[in-house]
Design a protein around this ligand. Structure first.
Ligand code: GUN
Length: 291
């Protein structure tokens, strides 16, 4: 029987721990963790992510400052805002929701975030520290993915993990995390230049699919019993749904769930864990300041 890896359930437990940590930090040090989330423009998927992040933050007892800016905001204006937040003592974490409009360079914005407030783990300093095993903010989705694999009951050590997709947000960092001594997986990173992805996934104990395309992974590409982590969130038009669309992942759930030992659903798998690890990093950032 295939296990459905319930990201909501795992997130619920961790968020209760985080809320207790927030309450203790307030009581003992008088510090309330604060997260600033910036959204430029009105991309519907980004609006929904940012709303969920703000809500989760408030539910954990943190200060949530949501800043929505028009799509015409210039790169200089955005960088100036980030720099202002770098110096704001109420704010311990800064997140600029990606993608930003095309006229703004991701790099310029990420480089402006102070590494000690970079709770996304996107700045070159935090990425570099992760690669050499120094203490840092781990990127939220990759960190959540490792927790989900462990939650499925799999001992990651010595397993073959195949990652599909080489984005800076998910593919590259999750490959690096799984290969660290702590988890000790053997990792293959597949991408759009890989001629036959199935050749690799059929040998995999763990498949993380983060390609941004539905049906990237199908059941015939899997080894019996593999653990599948589906990072994709794709909107498919569906007039029978109240919102006019439904969400599907990058894996074909139906065929994959017949072969996999465990699989994350979309929605309700990776998404809740990304937000949870963001709260985790924000609490950690506030703890460092309160020391
Ligand atoms: N866009 C998609 N995922 C993420 C994320 O984890 N952080 C930010 N800032 N933007 C995203």
């Amino acid at each position: 029987m295939t296990m459905r890896i319930d990201g909501k359930e795992l997130a619920r437990g961790l968020r209760a721990e985080i809320a207790a940590g927030v309450a203790a930090l307030k009581a003992e040090k008088g510090v309330t963790p604060g997260l600033a989330v910036i959204l430029v423009g009105d991309n519907p998927a980004s609006v929904s992510y940012v709303t969920a992040k703000g809500k989760a933050c408030a539910e954990a007892g943190m200060l949530s400052r949501e800043i929505r800016l028009p799509a015409e905001t210039t790169e200089d204006e955005l960088v100036a805002l980030v720099k202002k937040l770098n110096c704001d003592p109420e704010i311990h974490g800064i997140l600029v929701q990606l993608p930003v409009p095309k006229h703004i360079r991701d790099k310029a914005v990420i480089d402006a975030i102070a590494p000690e407030k970079d709770v996304d783990g996107f700045t070159p300093i935090n990425v570099g520290k992760m690669m050499i095993g120094e203490e840092c903010f781990l990127p939220c989705t990759p960190h959540g993915i490792v927790k989900l694999i462990e939650f499925s009951g799999m001992d990651i050590r010595g397993k073959h993990a195949v990652v599909i997709g080489r984005s800076n947000i998910v593919g590259k960092p999750v490959a690096a995390l799984l290969a660290r001594k702590e988890t000790n997986a053997t990792v293959t990173l597949c991408h759009t230049g890989t001629p036959d992805v199935g050749h690799f996934t059929r040998d995999a104990d763990i498949v993380v699919v983060a390609a941004g395309r539905p049906n990237t992974l199908t059941g015939d590409m899997l080894k019996e019993g593999a653990v599948v982590i589906d990072v994709g969130v794709n909107r498919i038009p569906d007039p029978t749904k109240p919102k006019g669309f439904r969400l599907v992942g990058d894996a074909d759930f139906e065929s994959c769930s017949k072969v996999a030992g465990a699989i994350t659903p979309v929605p309700g798998g990776v998404g809740p864990m990304t937000i949870t690890m963001l709260l985790w990093n924000t609490l950690e950032s506030a703890r460092r300041v309160a020391k």
